[in-house]
Structure formats: C-alpha cells, structure tokens
Unconditional design. Structure first.
Length: 184
C-alpha cells in the first residue's frame, strides 16, 4: 500500500490503513449485532460515499436485517458543502415502525444526517440511529447523538474507501488525508 499519493499535484498521506479500517468495521458490526438482535433492522446506505463501508459492515452483520439505499444531492466537484440537501434517490423500504440504521461514510458539516433525521422521523420509525465510519466532530453541527462512530477525525480533506476526490479515487483501499501546504 502506498504511504503517499499525488492527486492533481496535491499530496495525500495515508491516514487509516486497510487493516485499521477492517478491524474497526468488525467491532462496529459486533456492537450492532448485539443491539439489534430480534429487531430486524433496515440498514440504509447513503450513496455514493458509504458503499464500500456499507458492504464491509453488512457482511459482518449476522442478525436478520434488510438493506436499502438513499442518495442525496452531492457536493459535486467541490470539497465543501453547498449548504443545500435534496433527494436524488429515495428509500424504497417501509420506515413506519421499523428500526432504521443509517450508514454514512462521513459526517462533515452534519447537513446530510440532519436532513436524513428529519426525513425519516416524519415516517415514525420504531427507532432511528446513525452509524458513520468517520466523524469530523469539530465541524459537525448537529444537536443529536451519532450512536456509532468509527473514527473521530480532524477537519481535513480525506479520500479513499468510498470517499471521493471530484468523484474519483473512491476505489482506494485505505483512507488518505491531504497534506497541508508547506508554508513559505
Ligand atoms: C458526502 C458523504 C456524506 C456527506 C457528509 O457525500 O458521503 O453523505 O458528504 O457531509 P455533510 O456532513 O457535510 O453533509 P457527498 O454529498 O459528497 O456525495 P457522495 O456520497 O456521493 O460522495
């Protein structure tokens, strides 16, 4: 695995290795297996970013469950949020009286999960919780708990393992963070 990669002349250093990610994902699934035993939860992947995390997590889920996906408006080629969220692909599952577990790759500003929370609570689920592999705690503006966080990370730009750089590099097996530009 490369320790440093260059994208459009910008340097990215390895931040979380495949092994670190795999081990944390397994732990998170074990907690979910215990918490949702007998509840037949619906795991909802938020496209596109969560697809790799979702696929890895769900293969460690051993209880009865369903899966569904939702796609929100994307940041596009930008690295920061436009501040607006809309639905590009809605849920297909029945939310009413079901246990819903939303699976995100990253909580950044918190806009996406805040939007999802309001959307899903309108349908009166039996319960709603959030799982995210990465959380930018310092910048996330949310006034509700995110129950399952893989890694708290600083407010830096990260790519790989589902997370994109202008839609590319989602296929990197590890997570890389952008190296701050040298001063002077
Ligand atoms: C990313 C990520 C989260 C969201 C988090 O999605 O997958 O869904 O941003 O950011 P927030 O907390 O500031 O809302 P993005 O809109 O980039 O689309 P993608 O999943 O297709 O990459």
């Amino acid at each position: 695995m490369e320790n440093t990669i260059t994208v459009n002349g910008e340097l990215f250093d390895i931040y979380l290795t495949e092994e670190q990610i795999a081990s944390r994902v397994r732990q998170m699934a074990e907690v979910l297996n215990a918490e949702y035993e007998g509840k037949e939860p619906v795991f909802v992947g938020v496209l596109n970013g969560s697809f790799i995390f979702f696929a890895d997590l769900i293969r460690h889920i051993t209880i009865d469950c369903e899966v569904d996906f939702i796609k929100l408006s994307s940041y596009g080629a930008e690295k920061i949020s436009s501040g607006k969220v809309s639905i590009l692909k809605d849920l297909n599952c029945e939310v009413h009286e079901r246990h819903i577990v939303v699976v995100e790759d990253i909580v950044d500003s918190g806009l996406s999960i805040d939007f999802l929370r309001k959307l899903i609570l309108r349908e009166n689920p039996a319960s709603l919780s959030f799982v995210t592999l990465l959380m930018k705690k310092e910048v996330a503006k949310i006034d509700f708990p995110v129950q399952h966080v893989g890694f708290d990370i600083p407010a830096e730009f990260v790519i790989g393992y589902g997370l994109d750089y202008a839609q590319k590099l989602r296929n990197l097996r590890a997570i890389y963070r952008q190296r701050p530009e040298a001063k002077g």
